[in-house]
Design a protein around this ligand. Structure first.
Ligand SMILES: [Zn+2]
Length: 351
């Protein structure tokens, strides 16, 4: 779904969105009107009433009218109410008459909501409705009367599920036999080279580069920063050695114990007795390798990860210039374990 911005001019902030906001959730509304999203936003911006909201969504697109770091006046809970001061307002169009275009608008709104939840690192509990605040207005009226609030929440969850599906899919076997997770571990261990070469090697072997790279990023993101430095940056420094066949015990060139220890940590040598048997069968000194593994593991738990900030907090830092620009920004955010794309989307919606 397309998201376009038609932002309120700052000259009208004093009427429409006077306060800066660190959003804590999303508030859903129905317009009780039959106008498309563009018209809703145009009207909202052009009049001098206080009423304001962040998005209007119709059957074609979402239109953003307020930056996400300013409050809106939509929840009927006063100047200091949580709805008005802490939530991102989404108006769903065509609720007056309903019908197909309304249902499509509803679907698009669920998609936008799911995207915002993911970008902020929120779960479904962050979604509220106008009725939850202030005078408990019967809004979003057509969802309450017809579609069902719980059904709408489930629709959002199913949209969120789609983006997490790619993560769970990592356990399924890909066409050529190996699982995405196995391949991702091989990538991390440096077996598939780096950058364009990695892409070419994986593609040539019939794998979906984007999917595998996504799994690599997930694996790396799931680890502590120290651990990440130990394993994930290795793949950017190691020499590209495309080896489409898995590392079998008794491969010709014997590796150093350090290298093997890293492979053990990447899960290549199994666990417990199986690990011991396989390492010994391949001619390695199990005790020596295990010592290094223990050292690496200890290090990564000792160096505690600095408390990770919310994507929204980081987006603010980006806007304040703390993370540089362009490629440098991307590299620094990624290196610090943040999801660059999610943060950049938030930044774009805030400015
Ligand atoms: Zn409302």
């Amino acid at each position: 779904m397309k998201i376009v911005q038609m932002l309120c001019p700052s000259s009208k902030y004093n009427i429409k969105c006077p306060y800066s906001m660190e959003a804590e959730g999303i508030c859903i509304h129905n317009t009780a009107n039959d106008a498309p999203a563009v018209n809703e936003i145009k009207y909202m911006i052009s009049n001098n009433k206080e009423t304001s909201f962040h998005f209007a969504v119709d059957d074609i697109q979402a239109v953003q009218g307020l930056p996400l770091d300013r409050n809106g006046w939509h929840a009927s809970d006063g100047g200091n109410g949580r709805g008005n001061r802490k939530t991102i307002a989404i108006e769903i169009c065509y609720s007056k008459s309903g019908g197909d275009r309304w249902l499509k608008a509803l679907d698009n709104a669920a998609e936008l909501t799911a995207e915002l939840l993911i970008d902020h690192g929120w779960d479904i509990s962050k979604v509220s409705k106008h009725q939850d605040y202030g005078n408990h207005k019967h809004c979003p009226h057509r969802i309450l009367d017809e579609y069902g609030w719980d059904n709408f929440l489930n629709l959002i969850k199913s949209k969120m599920g789609k983006s997490t599906e790619t993560e769970t899919k990592t356990d399924e076997a890909v066409s050529s036999g190996k699982t995405v997770v196995t391949l991702a571990r091989e990538v991390i261990a440096g077996r598939w080279g780096n950058g364009a070469q990695r892409k070419a090697n994986l593609t040539a072997a019939g794998y979906d580069y984007a999917e595998i790279q996504g799994a690599v990023n997930d694996i790396c993101a799931g680890k502590s920063v120290a651990d990440k430095v130990a394993t994930c940056t290795k793949s950017t420094t190691s020499t590209p050695t495309p080896a489409p066949t898995p590392a079998q015990p008794a491969t010709p060139a014997k590796k150093s114990n350090d290298e093997i220890a890293k492979e053990v940590m990447a899960g290549k040598w199994g666990n417990g007795a199986d690990r011991k048997a396989r390492l010994e069968a391949a001619g390695y000194d199990y005790a020596a390798v295990q010592n290094i593994v223990n050292g690496l593991a200890g290090k990564s738990t000792q160096t505690t990860t600095p408390a990770k900030k919310s994507n929204e907090a980081i987006a603010r830092e980006v806007i304040a210039g703390k993370w540089g620009n362009g490629n440098q920004r991307k590299q620094r955010l990624t290196a610090a374990g943040y999801n660059y794309a999610a943060i950049q989307r938030l930044v774009n919606r805030m400015i």
